[in-house]
Design a protein around this ligand. Sequence first.
Ligand code: NI
Length: 179
Amino acid sequence: MASSKKRSRKRHIGNKPGGKPNSDASLRKHVVELLKGSHAHVSLADALADFPPEKRGTFAQGLQHTCWQLLEHIRLAQWDILEFSRNPKHLSPDFPDGYWPQTPAPADDAAWTKSLQAIENDLRAMIRLVNNPRANLHSAFPWGDGQTLLREALLVADHNAYHAGQVVDLRRALGIWSR
Ligand code: NI
């Protein structure tokens, strides 16, 4: 591990007037934009918005998952990555069963809303971690196998974007996507 004494302390966030751009603040900004994920494609929130309740557990021909399955998978994976990034004692669920719901449809309206809200809350928590200037993006966590906060944040953005695309495809196949 590199000596922490050699690491320069950045007291200023953002670009210093007349100085070099602050690459740390710039990287955090780009990663947060990626996590919000609506520049190059539909955001996860938009993909899931106003999903008709009666179709939450419906399979479309040729597609593997219902929207409830995708929603819960997104929630579980994001929660696991977030907790791994901030909690040394976090235990990941069994793969793959622990990353998917038991049933193709939610038990009720409340289950759907709870899952959706958890996804929003956990995403905000990940963004707070990335925005915390005291959290080093590049140093390996003292736990794990060399993972960094930067790697985990990019993993969340990548995974959410992949499954947001699947939600849009599912909606198209079910005839409930109007864009
Ligand atoms: Ni996945």
